[in-house]
Design a protein around this ligand. Structure first.
Ligand code: 0A1
Ligand code: ZN
Length: 889
């Protein structure tokens, strides 16, 4: 059965539910061939809707029987279609019972109840519960759940659901049952069930009020030694939420289950989080530093949802960013506190600018609070998550940390146990701070990345510096014209010796920090001029400190001015950004020159700036590594109206090589020094060691770029001797991605050796797949095709698909965009195949094809052909249908 013709749903059509479900009692009888779900719902009519029939959502479920108040209904008493069950003429309160039959073992969509390897598990957000049983599957219907799970005891000794275990027992035929009760009302999307042969690792946490919480992570026995890091991250997150937000955990037990087959990173089901193994398991031999940090961030993210998402949830799915934007903001701040705040900020902004900005400029662009959708799964986006977090961050910037905490306290207190809107969240912030956020709401309602243009004018006679800020925003699908945004612009003025003391003329909307070195200017109309007074020398303005707003900044900096920011700015973000802008100017020169000459010169001043950064012992090594990383090809492409794939790739490579050759001695010294320091102790994923490794491996990558035999030897030695995945993968990546034909045998040998070692470690194999799929060396498509035939490839596993197909289509521009169109045709073939199997994954992998407008005419045509071929597939899922049709306009 499939859904009927895809239909658009609008926020403006929201209407409260016709019925409420006070109590939900479920019984799952799990068998190999199918599962019986018995559901008993205590339902009350919404008295504001006296005549409404009961319309329950249900999809891919077989209705076995249905009863009202104990009376079994006959087929003429109700109607069923492929998405709902309707019953009319019901009393104001009643008990609804039904039995449904489902086939979890055949459920390849990984939505609803499904099997991951030998384990049963669920994924109900956003609308997966309806694939389990008939229900009011919408987040504003909140209910108390009791769940009894019955299964074969030997195969499924562990039976879990939300809340507390309230009973267990044995049954005939080797079966057993466990019953769970969750005392907190919740929407169905937070329901979870797990049945499997799992072991658990336990720990405890004592809350600020002295309650003892059992923390339990369930894994397959082979992964027993891989959950210590997640457990510690969980405890850190619990403490942090108490300290920073005053939020304490509420149940007596908090469980995490690791599953191999999962569409996303993890899911915050009440008291029973389900995690993609990639976001919870970690060991030095299989997990890189970035992997460790991801585990820490995702564990915290899901935990923080217990308040921002579960205790206070979303009224409808247009409010998704209410929980996601706020929770991402919370997890970003947590990670910042656990490591280096500046490094974290740079990483987050870098990702936002290269990925979310592209989304905001593409055909699927939507506001943080979308106004319509066909398939909500398509709206778990960088815009809702990451831009949503930026919007929350701007609220904090505007009202300050103290008022922000008051606003958050008020929000949780006012709405505990409710399903609310983004407007409710902002109202709490407004009420707590006394600030007016009406203009600010445009950040939630309008899509597109605003452009912020700035112009500075120094008047030596008056000792004033006038800064004129103007904003505009390109049209996006939902709106051709835009209202102004309320943009907080954090500014410092840099003199020859450093930041100048700031004082603003007149009564302007702005605040100045206690040390007078930073002003937050509030731009609220299309253009405003702010005048700084008592400015004794011509300053260089450093704008958008800490990336105070998600905008594209345009200021005509000279290389000298950027140099001043790089050396004198104390804000790490601006310092890094200035180095990026500098590199962009240099790369742009090379790109222009490439038209006439095959090997243009590279501006030496960039090399000198890099030399200064590389040899600055006062800087955090992680910051040095980031400052020495050239802007990504995606980010460079984003600056162009039409992306010149080949020129970007070649120009950037040329600059990389030039840096590598010019700073060879410095990179080698840096590498040797850090290598020696780190060799003194076993691997540890602490912030200081991570920072050092990031610089060491950046140096290694540059060394290998030189192609010098001794550099290749050094890399090979690191690959062979490393005791950790970070160093192993850094060395392997440098070799595999090297264009040097002479090392082909070495590459093959290292890849074979790595596979031999990782064979049994699925998560390590994923990285082995990804390093090959993302290789810029010509011929990647053939490699990808052969990887899909590899014994370790599993087309039903999303992590494998993301590593191989995603790696190629999303992180290998030069090969994916091959002029022949072979990359596009390949991706279309895969989407057509995956669409019936797993629409959510298919729809996400499709993203690169939707960006066809950014490419030259020939590529545009080839990409559109690929999209058309997908659209022509009969019975296309609503997920893929929505993305393809919106992107073909
Ligand atoms: N709420 C989860 C993410 C998530 C969303 C949808 C899913 O299936 C369609 C699964 C997980 C989070 O923010 O972590
Ligand atoms: Zn989330």
């Amino acid at each position: 059965m499939s859904k009927s013709q895809p239909k658009t749903i609008y926020l403006k059509d929201y209407s409260a539910p016709d019925y409420f479900i006070e109590k939900t009692e479920l019984e799952f009888d799990l068998f190999e061939a199918d599962t019986l779900v018995r559901s008993k719902l205590t339902i009350a009519r919404n008295t504001a809707k006296p005549a409404a029939p009961l319309v329950l959502n249900g999809q891919n479920v077989e209705l076995v029987s249905v009863a009202i108040n104990g009376e079994v209904l006959s087929a003429s008493d109700y109607t069923v279609d492929d998405v709902s069950l309707t019953i009319s003429n019901l009393p104001d309160t009643f008990i609804f019972e039904c039995v449904t039959k489902i086939q979890p073992q055949d459920n390849t969509s990984l939505e609803g109840l499904y099997k991951s390897r030998t384990m049963f598990c669920t994924q109900c957000e956003a609308e997966g519960f309806r694939k389990i049983t008939y229900y009011l599957d919408r987040p504003d219907v909140m209910s108390v759940f009791t769940t009894k799970v019955i299964a074969d005891k030997q195969k499924f000794p562990v039976l879990l659901s939300n809340g507390n275990e309230v009973g267990a027992g044995e049954l005939d035929g080797g079966r057993h049952w466990v019953e769970w009760n969750d005392p907190f009302k919740k929407p169905a999307y937070l329901f979870a069930l797990v049945a499997g042969d799992l072991i658990n690792v336990d720990s405890h946490f004592t809350t600020q009020s002295g309650r003892e919480i059992l923390l339990r992570i369930f894994i397959e026995p082979k992964d027993k030694n891989k959950c210590d890091y997640a457990m510690q991250a969980l405890k850190n997150a619990m403490r942090w939420d108490e300290d920073v937000y005053g939020r304490e955990y509420d149940l007596d037990i908090f469980m995490i289950v690791a599953v191999d087959d999962f569409n996303m990173g993890a899911m915050e089901n009440k008291g029973l989080n389900i995690f993609n193994t990639s976001c919870v398991l970690a060991s030095p031999e299989t997990t890189t530093d970035a992997g460790y940090q991801r585990v820490e961030g995702v564990v915290a993210h899901e935990y923080f949802h217990n308040w921002s998402g579960n205790r206070v949830t979303c009224r409808d799915w247009f409010q998704l960013s209410l929980k996601e934007g706020f929770t991402v903001f919370r997890d970003e701040e947590f990670s910042a506190d656990m490591g280096s705040p500046t490094v974290k900020r740079v990483e987050d902004v870098s990702m936002l600018r290269s990925m979310q900005f592209a989304e905001d400029a593409g055909p699927m662009a939507h506001p943080v609070q979308p106004s319509s959708f066909i398939e909500i799964s398509n709206f778990y986006t960088l815009t809702v998550y990451e831009k949503g977090a930026e919007v929350v961050r701007m609220i904090r910037t505007l009202i300050g940390a103290e008022q922000f905490r008051k606003g958050s306290d008020l929000y949780f207190e006012r709405h505990d146990g409710q399903a609310v809107t983004i407007e409710d969240f902002v109202a709490a912030m407004a009420d707590a701070s006394g600030r007016d956020f009406s203009l600010f709401m445009n950040w939630y309602k309008q899509a597109g990345t605003p452009k912020l243009s700035a112009k500075g004018d120094y008047n030596a006679a008056n000792k004033t510096f006038s800064l004129t800020l103007s904003q505009s925003c390109p049209p996006t699908p939902e709106s051709q014209t835009k209202q102004p945004f309320h943009i907080p612009v954090a500014v410092a003025l840099l003199g020859k010796e450093g930041a100048l003391k700031l004082s603003l003329q007149g009564d302007v909307q702005a605040s100045i920090s206690a040390d007078q070195q930073e002003a937050v200017l509030e731009l609220t109309s299309s253009s405003q001029t702010f005048v700084f007074e008592n400015v004794d020398e011509p300053p260089v303005p450093s704008l958008l400190r800490g990336f105070s707003a998600p905008v594209k900044l345009a200021y005509n900096y000279s290389r000298e001015e950027l140099g001043r920011i790089i050396t004198l700015e104390t804000d790490g973000f601006c310092r890094w950004d200035a180095s990026q802008q500098y590199a962009l100017l240099v790369i742009a020169d090379v790109m222009a020159a490439l038209v006439n000459e095959p090997a243009p010169a590279v501006d030496e001043s960039l090399i000198e700036a890099y030399r200064t950064v590389l040899t600055n012992d006062a800087l955090d090594p992680a910051m040095i590594a980031l400052m020495l990383s050239l802007p990504s090809e995606d980010y460079i492409g984003d600056q162009q109206a039409i992306v010149d794939v080949d020129t970007i790739h070649h120009a950037r490579n040329r600059v990389v090589r030039k840096i590598a050759l010019s700073l060879h001695a410095e990179f080698l010294a840096c590498y040797n020094k850090i290598h020696q320091e780190l060799s003194a102790a076993p691997y540890s994923p602490d912030a200081t060691s991570i920072a050092k490794r990031s610089l060491k491996n950046k140096a290694l990558a540059y060394l290998v770029e030189t192609g010098k035999p001794e550099a290749i030897e050094l890399c090979k030695a690191q690959f062979e001797q490393s005791d950790n995945m970070t160093d192993t993968m850094a060395a392997l990546t440098a070799l595999v991605h090297s264009p040097k034909a002479a090392i082909a045998d070495l590459k093959a040998a290292c890849l074979a050796q790595a596979y031999g070692k990782w064979k049994e470690e699925s998560l390590a194999v994923n990285q082995w797949f990804a390093v090959q799929a993302t290789s810029p060396v010509p011929g990647a498509l053939a490699v990808v095709e052969s990887l899909m035939q590899h014994e370790a490839f599993d087309i039903r596993n999303p992590n494998k698909l993301r590593a191989v197909i995603g790696g190629f289509a999303m992180r290998n521009s030069i090969n994916f965009h091959d002029r022949s169109g072979s990359g596009y045709a390949f991706l279309a073939d895969q989407i057509i195949k995956l669409d019936s199997q797993n629409p959510q994954v298919a729809s996400r992998l499709l993203t690169p094809l939707t960006r066809w407008k950014k490419y030259d005419e020939k590529r545009q045509q080839l990409m559109r052909d690929a999209l058309q071929r997908i659209l022509d597939k009969p019975g296309l899922s609503p997920d893929v249908y929505e993305v393809v049709t919106k992107s073909m306009v």
